[in-house]
Unconditional design. Structure first.
Length: 413
C-alpha cells in the first residue's frame, strides 16, 4: 500500500498570501495567534474532567451524571462542524475565526452562570458548536501561510496549542475550580477566548474569500460519498474514544482507585498535558515518514497503553507515567487523522479540515458515555481503561479495512 503523504494534498488557495506579503516573523505570530485558539479550546474542553466532582456537587448530581455535560459539549462539536463548515466555506477565514471565538467566549460565560444541571448541559452543547469549525479553519489558514513542504508542521503547531493547554491551562483551571469554584474555571475560559479574538485580529492577515474552497452541494456530496472519508472519521470517532473514557474520570481514578489526595489531581492532569505536547510534536515528525503507518502504530499502541493503565491505576504514582503515555499516543493519532482527512477531502477542504474534530468529539461523547456506563454498573473507576483498549482495537480494525480498500483501488486515497 502506498502511504498517504504527510502534507495535505490541497493545492494553495487564492487566499494564500505571497511570500513577500507576509514575512516569516508575521507568519510565526499568525500561527501563534491560531495556536492560542487551540490553547483556549483545549483548556475549556478538558477542564471539565479536572473539576467534574466539583461540578457534580455544585449542580447536585452524581459524577457519572455530571459526565454527561462532557458528552453534551462533544455533541455540540459534532452538530456544529458540518453546519458551520458548510455555510462558512465562502466566508473570509479571519472573520470566521473571530466570530467562532467570540461565540465560544459567550458560551463559556453562560456555563459559568448556569443555575442548574440542565442549563449547564445546554450551555456546554452551545459551547461545542464553534470548536471543530475553528480548528478546521485555523488548520487551513496555517497551511496556507507556509510553503507546501511545511504544511504538516504548521497544522501540528496549531494543534500544539491544544496540547500546551493541557500542560498549563487545564491544571491551572483545575486548581482554580477546586479553590474558587468550578464556575471560575469557565470564566477563565471565556477570558482566554476574548484574548484569542484580539490576537487573531492583530496578527492573522486579512485573507480574501477563497473562491476555490466550497461548501457547495456537489463538493459536500462528493466528500460524504467518499468511503475513505467515512473510514478515516470512523477511526477518530471510535479509536480515539479510549482517551476520553479514561480522561473523563481521571479525578476519581486518582483519588478512589489510586488512594491519592484531591490535591494530586492537577499533577495527573499535567501528566496528560505533557503527553499531548510530546505526542503532537512526535506526530509532526512521524507524518514526514508516513501518515497512514503513524495511524496504524498509534492505534495499536493505544490498546496496549490502555491495558497498562488498568493495571497501574491502583498503584498511586505509578499511574502518572502511564497517563502521560495515554495522551502522547492519542495525540499522534489526532494530528495524523487531521492530515489524512484533509488529503481525502477533495475540493471540500474546509469541510474536510473541520470534520476530523466532529469525529473526535463523537469519540469524546462515546468514551465519556461508555466509561460512565461501566462505572455505574459497578466495575469501578479503572474499568473505562478496558473500554478504551477495546475502542483502540476497533479503530485499528477500521484502518486495516481502509488499507484494503486502498489496495483494491476502490477509492483513491
Amino acid at each position: 500500500m502506498t502511504a498517504t503523504s504527510a502534507t495535505p494534498s490541497t493545492a494553495p488557495h487564492p487566499e494564500t498570501p505571497d511570500s513577500g506579503a507576509v514575512g516569516r516573523r508575521h507568519v510565526g505570530l499568525a500561527i501563534l495567534a491560531l495556536a492560542m485558539g487551540g490553547f483556549t479550546i483545549g483548556t475549556t474542553e478538558f477542564l471539565t474532567m479536572g473539576v467534574l466532582p466539583e461540578i457534580a456537587r455544585g449542580v447536585d448530581v452524581s459524577v457519572p451524571a455530571a459526565g454527561r455535560v462532557i458528552s453534551a459539549y462533544a455533541l455540540g462539536v459534532v452538530v456544529g462542524v458540518p453546519i458551520l463548515a458548510f455555510f462558512g466555506a465562502k466566508l473570509p477565514r479571519r472573520a470566521m475565526l473571530v466570530g467562532l471565538m467570540t461565540a465560544y467566549a459567550a458560551a463559556n460565560v453562560a456555563s459559568a452562570l448556569a443555575p442548574g444541571y440542565l442549563v449547564l448541559g445546554a450551555a456546554r452543547f452551545v459551547g461545542g458548536l464553534p470548536h471543530g469549525a475553528y480548528f478546521g479553519v485555523a488548520s487551513l489558514v496555517a497551511a496556507g501561510l507556509v510553503a507546501p513542504e511545511r504544511r504538516g508542521r504548521a497544522v501540528a503547531s496549531v494543534m500544539l496549542g491544544l496540547s500546551v493547554a493541557n500542560v498549563v491551562g487545564v491544571p491551572a483551571a483545575t486548581w482554580l475550580g477546586q479553590n474558587a469554584g468550578w464556575r471560575a474555571s469557565y470564566l477563565l475560559a471565556g477570558v482566554l477566548a476574548l484574548v484569542t479574538v484580539g490576537l487573531v485580529l492583530a496578527f492573522v492577515p486579512h485573507l480574501p474569500t477563497d473562491t476555490a474552497a466550497s461548501g457547495g452541494r456537489e463538493e459536500a456530496r462528493a466528500f460524504f460519498g467518499n468511503l475513505q472519508v467515512w473510514l478515516t472519521m470512523g477511526v477518530g470517532a471510535v479509536g480515539f474514544g479510549g482517551l476520553f473514557a479514561v480522561y473523563s474520570y481521571i479525578a476519581k481514578t486518582v483519588t478512589e482507585v489510586g488512594g491519592l489526595g484531591e490535591s494530586t489531581v492537577p499533577i495527573f492532569v499535567l501528566a496528560m498535558g505533557l503527553g499531548m505536547v510530546v505526542g503532537t510534536w512526535l506526530a509532526g515528525e512521524l507524518a514526514g515518514w508516513s501518515v497512514f503507518r503513524s495511524l496504524l502504530a498509534s492505534s495499536a499502541a493505544g490498546a496496549v497503553v490502555m491495558g497498562i493503565y488498568w493495571f497501574a491505576a491502583p498503584h498511586g504514582w505509578w499511574l502518572w507515567p502511564v497517563a502521560f503515555l495515554v495522551t502522547a499516543v492519542g495525540s499522534v493519532l489526532v494530528v495524523n487523522l487531521q492530515l489524512r482527512l484533509m488529503d481525502v477531502a477533495g475540493d471540500a477542504v474546509t469541510l474536510g479540515a473541520a470534520m476530523n474534530h466532529a469525529a473526535l468529539n463523537i469519540a469524546n461523547a462515546l468514551g465519556a458515555w461508555l466509561g460512565g456506563i461501566v462505572i455505574a454498573a459497578g466495575y469501578g473507576y479503572r474499568s473505562p481503561a478496558l473500554v478504551g483498549a477495546a475502542l483502540s482495537v476497533v479503530g485499528l480494525a477500521i484502518l486495516l479495512v481502509s488499507a484494503r480498500v486502498h489496495v483494491r483501488g476502490r477509492v483513491t486515497a
